[in-house]
Design a protein around this ligand. Structure first.
Ligand SMILES: C[S@@+](CC[C@H](N)C(=O)[O-])C[C@H]1O[C@@H](n2cnc3c(N)ncnc32)[C@H](O)[C@@H]1O
Length: 600
């Protein structure tokens, strides 16, 4: 590994371009002006810390904009020596670990680009830091990132009313429970206001870090009075749009004024959740519509029902080893005149009728279409045994499933070892690992096996990686891998025909955007945040008629689902209109909000 690569891995060395540092320093100065801090102090009097100075790009910009009382910290000797050569007369440069620096030394401003290193990728560094530095011990959380500690330490080192401005990846903003932010968000909320959030997810900021989505944020440390009074403050949002003509990110920043929108978020500091996702890109005019929708949905006791009141979302099936359990057609298995021949060593052995029943066409999320799925786009045939059957007395699998068992015995040791490594019982080596059973949702006790559900019950499902609200439906057999999420009904009557139309509608697309559900949606967010409309809530005959027409069109689409894409589009448009009518919403306004705030 080269020294350069090493620095990236151990120290998270990615340097920030001047365009970005200028943007951040200007943003900070704007915030100082807004908070009237510059009425009482000159820029030259404000102490600034750059805690991860690297090649000094922030330092250069800070000097350019008139800051004089600057301190820089850098852990890496090589970078430190270079900084020393460049800045030693102007700046106090310290060669140490920021996380070990004293909390007593406090600053008015902290600005920088801290190192991003995921805990799962560098667990030794995290262990070492937890042992060495009290701040790391206090705020360690599984699945965290190194820069979280930089935020914790920076908060400690800020003076009351002081400002912290960092550029980081943006994933932590949307993270909820059990995802590494368990210590970070409570600490921020307790000690700071989030004043400004700059969404850079449409821009490519670091050329060497492909696929990374970034953000810039400003936190302001609360003083005692603000803590005592539980003061609330607004969050200013700057949202960069994608600029199709300019590939180079420098040009995008230079053209900033034309390329971003700015507004106060309808989410204020008081409504930030300590242990949940923060929906920051939430303009007031969007909130008005969401409130209107949810008010219409309220039932007689004034409660809005959400997806979770009817369904629990669960992944599809996970096998112990796909290579073994998913048989590829024309490779592992040959189909001829309705018979199956399974390849074992050099022979192709015919499966009996009972064995044929144990092969299930298995799909991936990509096969899902609105209102259905593409029947031809299957991955292979999964060997799916019923665990219940194997538990019964006098059951002899070798007799009932001779060829399948002979095939699987070839892999017995390998499968058992895999289970042992995963701390699961090797006795289960013939069955899927997940997605074949569920705790009984209806009476909350006992286990329900899912084969009948996958075979012939009504089911709604969607793909984890799809960015749009595409929900499939089937009452024919449909088995899918774990990149597909299934909606499991809780027992409460749900109107599938209406629901599938509603979930695939443009209104739902808008709800996804407004509630920040669009990318890598977590299932609990969907369960908790998709409001459900019910027939009983519709007060007038006119609305009830609209509802019925939607159901009719939906039924047409379900029965024609997989093939006729043109018809689907036509009917979907009609359904979209009817759903807007149902809620007295103006489609044009929704369209304009989508294009103003959420066009990609
Ligand atoms: C993402 S780079 C950013 C560098 C510079 N601020 C910039 O924006 O160009 C992070 C820098 O932090 C340094 N670093 C990593 N861990 C550190 C630590 N614990 N204390 C101080 N500096 C650290 C790295 O060596 C690297 O130079």
């Amino acid at each position: 590994m080269t020294i350069k690569a090493n620095r990236k891995e151990n120290y998270g060395q990615y340097f920030t371009s001047t365009i970005v540092t200028e943007f951040m320093v200007k943003l900070l100065i704007q915030e100082l002006k807004k908070g009237h801090i510059l009425n009482n102090y000159k820029i030259t009097e404000l102490s600034v810390l750059e805690p991860a100075a690297g090649d000094g790009s922030f330092l250069k910009t800070l000097i350019k904009y008139g800051f004089k009382d600057i301190t820089a910290i850098e852990i890496d000797d090589y970078s430190f020596n270079r900084l020393n050569k460049k800045f030693k007369d102007k700046i106090d440069i310290i060669n140490s670990n920021f996380l070990g620096s004293s909390e007593k030394q406090k600053y008015c401003l902290i600005i920088g680009n801290p190192p991003y290193i995921g805990q799962n990728y560098a667990s030794e560094i995290f262990q070492e830091y937890v042992q060495k530095y009290p701040i790391c011990k206090e705020f360690f959380s599984g699945n965290m990132d190194l820069f979280y500690w930089f935020i914790h330490q920076a908060i400690r080192k800020l003076k009351p009313k002081g400002l912290l401005c960092f550029i980081t990846t943006n994933y932590w903003i949307k993270k909820g429970e059990k995802t590494g932010i368990a210590k970070l968000k409570p600490h921020i909320i307790e000690e700071c206001f989030l004043k400004t959030y700059v969404d850079l997810s449409n821009l490519k900021i670091f050329k060497d870090a492909p696929g990374q989505h970034n953000c810039i944020f400003i936190l302001q440390k609360k003083n005692n009075e603000e803590k005592r009074n539980k003061t609330d403050k607004k969050i200013k949002i700057i949202q960069f749009k994608k600029h199709s003509k300019f590939q180079d990110y420098n040009s995008i920043f230079q053209l900033a004024d034309f390329n971003y929108i700015s507004y106060d978020s309808a989410t204020t500091n008081q409504s930030l959740k300590k242990n949940g996702s923060w929906n920051l890109l939430y303009p007031e005019e969007v909130k008005v519509i969401i409130d209107k929708i949810e008010n219409t949905y309220k039932n007689d006791s004034g409660r809005v029902l959400y997806l979770k009141d009817f369904f629990q979302i669960r992944n599809g099936i996970i096998s112990i080893k796909d290579r073994v359990f998913i048989l590829k057609e024309n490779e592992d298995i040959i189909r001829k005149n309705g018979d199956f021949f399974l390849k074992i060593e050099k022979d192709h052995l015919k499966l009996n009728e009972l064995e044929k029943n144990r092969l299930k066409k298995i799909y991936k999320g990509r096969a899902i279409r609105p209102y259905g799925f593409n029947e031809d786009d299957y991955l292979g045939w999964m060997i799916f045994f019923d665990k219940n059957e194997f538990g019964s007395n006098n059951f002899d699998p070798d007799k009932k499933y001779p060829v399948l068992m002979r095939y699987l015995y070839q892999f017995e040791d390998e499968l058992k070892n895999t289970l042992i490594k995963c701390k699961e019982s090797p006795r289960n080596w013939l069955f899927p690992r997940r997605g074949f059973k569920i705790h009984n949702l209806r009476n909350k006790s006992g286990i329900e096996y899912l084969e009948p559900y996958y075979e012939n019950q009504k089911k709604i499902f969607f793909s984890y990686i799809s960015k749009e609200n595409v929900f499939g439906f089937a009452r024919v057999p449909f088995y899918a891998t774990s990149d597909t999420y299934f909606l499991h009904n809780d027992g409460k009557t749900a109107d599938y025909l209406f629901l599938i139309a509603y979930l695939n509608s443009k209104l739902m697309k808008f709800i996804f955007y407004a509630k920040g559900l669009e990318i890598k949606r977590s299932k609990s967010k969907l369960e908790n945040e998709i409001p459900i409309i019910s027939y009983e809530n519709l007060k007038t005959q006119e609305k009830r008629d609209i509802y019925k027409i939607i159901r009719k069109l939906s039924k047409e689409l379900i029965t024609n689902s997989s093939q006729d894409l043109e018809k689907i589009e036509l009917y979907k448009k009609e359904i979209d209109k009817l759903i807007f009518n149902l809620l007295d919403l103006n489609e044009k306004i929704i369209d304009s909000l989508i294009s103003k705030y959420y066009s990609k």
